[in-house]
Ligand binder design. Structure first.
Ligand code: SAM
Ligand code: SF4
Ligand code: FES
Length: 349
């Protein structure tokens, strides 16, 4: 009954403390469905039955960083690297729009081959050719770079904090700084990007307290989007001997994130779909309102190997577009025909 009371508080718009968030993250087996249903109700009150699609363009798998969990890390020699040339990126983007995407995410490792000037040019050319919202997900750059990219037409930026715990962040990101990661997110907000942050669930050394802190961190960042996916253990990385996160734990974090951040765009992530063939459906029924299908040509897909057994590596972009609409309709929802801007950004005007 105490758990149900807390869910009622969520429906009434309560501002939860960290202790309350920890409590919400620990439902008994028979309370779990009530948590997911409450997150689903809040999602529906904000977004109705519409699910937004974001087409992901994975334009380079080169990376200069060495994040301990990621298959794209610089020191991984067990991966075939590729880089798309600017005209290929523009062509793939235009094709994605022609098959029904209104938002694209241009994602890569941290790859300085793509200078800010080059990327500005790519963004401008895409926007001249097609009507689409552009999200960048290319890691840490300076304020001035972010400013120029925004000016060139980038609308949104996805840069996950991964963990809000300083010590754990440091352990996982050699040569990187917690403070700079936060600086990036603040710069992006001040430049009026829609900001996407997020975390991984099931990282080694993580616990329910750090997960609760992540959820509070998302609220403090005033994020527009929050990407939450399970950590998936990759044998070609230093974390290869640790177990992956679980679907259940990820769904709990997703649902509680919806309770604490009612207005954010929340994707049912590819990583969740890769752990469980119904992972994305489960996410969409536990608070998520976004899906991010791959729009890359088939020949590149299996090379963007962040983690093993990634879904959709053999499908063509049209196949995924068709598949995802089927998934969305099968749970009684509809594909949105809008750009899916954050309701917060609408409020900001
Ligand atoms: N390089 C950019 C960055 O790090 O922000 C964007 C690309 S990076 C591959 C995109 C996301 O992949 C990261 O934010 C991280 O959460 C996720 N990721 C990396 N390794 C992962 C793993 N082993 N399991 C699950 N997600 C992972
Ligand atoms: Fe590079 Fe991003 Fe992977 Fe880190 S998470 S190694 S920055 S691609
Ligand atoms: Fe790619 Fe279903 S979304 S095969």
């Amino acid at each position: 009954a105490e758990y149900d009371d807390m869910l009622k508080k969520a429906l009434n718009g309560a501002r939860f403390t960290k202790e309350e968030v920890i409590f919400l993250l620990k439902p008994e087996k028979d309370e779990m469905d009530a948590l997911f249903q409450t997150a689903d109700r809040i999602r529906k009150a904000v977004f109705g039955d519409y699910v937004h699609l974001r087409g992901i363009v994975e334009f380079s798998n080169f990376c200069e960083r060495n994040c301990l969990y990621c298959g794209l890390r610089k020191n991984n020699r067990n991966i075939t690297r590729y880089r798309l040339m600017p005209e290929e990126i523009v062509d793939i983007a235009a094709y994605a729009v022609s098959i029904g995407y209104k938002t694209l995410v241009l994602q890569s490792g941290e790859d300085s081959f793509y200078t800010t000037g080059l990327l500005c040019d790519v963004i401008k050319r895409i926007k001249e050719r097609v009507d689409v919202a552009i999200t960048l997900s290319i890691g840490e750059r300076d304020f001035e770079d972010y400013r120029l990219l925004r000016e060139a037409g980038a609308d949104r930026y996805l840069i996950k904090q991964e963990t809000s715990n300083r010590e754990l962040y440091r352990k996982l990101h050699p040569g990187m700084s917690y403070e700079n990661r936060i600086r990036c997110q603040k710069d992006l907000k001040s430049l009026r990007y829609e900001l996407g942050t997020g975390n991984m669930v099931g990282l080694p050394w993580q616990n329910v307290e750090t997960l609760a802190e992540d959820i509070i961190f998302f609220r403090e960042m005033d994020a527009d989007m929050i990407g939450i996916g399970p950590f998936i253990s990759n044998p070609n990385t230093p974390l290869g001997r640790f177990p992956s996160g679980t679907v259940e734990e990820t769904l709990k974090v997703l649902a509680v994130t919806r309770l604490v951040n009612p207005l954010v765009n929340l994707p049912a992530t590819t990583a969740l779909g890769s752990l469980d063939s119904f992972g994305r459906q489960k996410g969409l029924m536990a608070g998520a309102n976004v899906v991010m299908p791959n729009v890359m040509p088939v020949n590149y897909r299996r090379l963007y190997e962040i983690y093993p057994s990634k879904i959709c590596t053999g499908e063509r972009p049209e196949a995924c577009r068709h598949c995802i609409e089927g998934i969305i309709n099968s749970i009684g929802r509809k594909v949105s025909t809008g750009y899916g801007e954050s309701p917060k950004s609408l409020r900001r005007g």
